[in-house]
Design a protein around this ligand. Sequence first.
Ligand code: NAD
Length: 361
Amino acid sequence: MNLTRRDLARLTALGLVARFVPSLSASTPATKKTGYCVIGLGRIAGHFMPAVRNTTTSLIAGLVSGHRDKAERIAAEYGVSPSSIYNYENFGDIARNPAIDAVYVALPNSMHAEYSIRAAKAAKHVLCEKPMSTSVADAEAMIAACKAARVKLMIAYRCHYEPTNLKAVQLIRQGALGQVQAIESTFGFNIAPGEWRLNKKLAGGGPLFDVGIYSLNACRYLTSEEPEHISANASIIDHDGRFNEVEENVSWTMKFPSGIVASCNTTYGANMEGFYRVHGSKGWLQVDSAFVYQGLRLRADFAGTQLDELNPARDPSHFQAEAEHFSNCIQNGLEPKSPGEEGLRDMRYITQIYRSAGIAI
Ligand code: NAD
C-alpha cells in the first residue's frame, strides 16, 4: 500500500495508523545482541558466562586470559572465535573487534581500574565487578575515562537486580515497616591461605572490600540514604600467617540523615552468614542468605502481616538479570541502575571505615 503524507496524517488523526502501516517489529531487524569480552576467567566469570548464555540479549564474544589453553576450552564452549581470545598484553586489540561491545572485568580488585580504563580507551562499555577499585582516586579515574570515551560504566552489584532484595526495598519504601529505626547486617567467611584476597596489593584490604561491601551497600539501598557518620573497629585474632597484610575482622556503625542507625560486621575468620534485619516502628523484615546466589529467604512481621518467602531462583539468575540490564542500557541508550558513581560512593565509605578503624589503605 502506498500512503501519501496526507493519508498518514488522516489515519493518525483517526487512530488507524497501526491497521494500515506494517508493524515496525515485523520489518525492523532484531537489535544486535551485546557481545561481552570477559577479562579474567576465574570463579565469578564461571557464574557470569552461563548466565549470559541464558539471555536473549547478550552473548560471550571475547575472552582475556593469561592461559591460552583454558581460554580456548571456554571459547569452544561459548562459541567464541579463537581470533577473539586475547591476553593481558594485546587486550587493547579488542578496539578493532566489532563483535565486542562491552567488557566484563572479573579480575582481582586492584586490576579493575587499569582494565576498565583500557577498555574505555578501546571504546567498549564496561561492566566491572565489585569492589569497583581499591582507591577513591582509581574509581574517579574509571568514571572519567568512561565519560571521555562516551561508554557506559556499570558496577556489578548483582543484589540490585535480585528479586528478594528488590522486594525488601519495595516493602520498606511502601512504608510497610513504618519508620525504619535500625539495621543489622553481616557477611564473612573463613578464608583459606594462599588467596589473592589476602594480598593487600591485589585486594586493597581484607573482608570489607570483598564481602563487607555487601552489607554497606545493602544499608544504603534499604534506606535510600547516604551515611553521614561512620565509626569502625578492626582486628586480627588469628596470627597464622593469613593476616600479615589485611585485617581479619571489621565492625562498623553508620548513622543516616533520618536518624536510622546500622551496625555491620565482616570477617575472614569465620563463616558468617550474609544477612540483614531491618527494624521499623510497625515491624521488621529479615533476609537470610541475602548476598549469595540462591536460597535467599525473606521473613517479615509487620502490622498483622507475616511473610516467609524462599526464593527458589538458582544461579545464574542474578547474573542473568544483571547482564540483561546492562545490555538493555547499551542497546537503548539508558543509564545503568548501578553506575560507576555508585561504586565510587562505596569506595568513599570504605575509606572512611578504614580511617575510623585506624587502618591505612
Ligand atoms: P578468582 O581468583 O577466581 O579469579 C580471578 C581471575 O583473575 C583468574 O582468572 C586469574 O587468572 C586472573 N588474574 C589475572 N591476574 C591475576 C593476578 N595477578 N593474581 C590473581 N589472579 C589474576 O577471583 P574471583 O572470585 O572470580 O573474583 C574476581 C572479582 O570478582 C573480584 O573483584 C571479586 O570481588 C569479584 N567477585 C564478585 C562476586 C559477586 O557475586 N558479584 C563474587 C565473587 C567475586
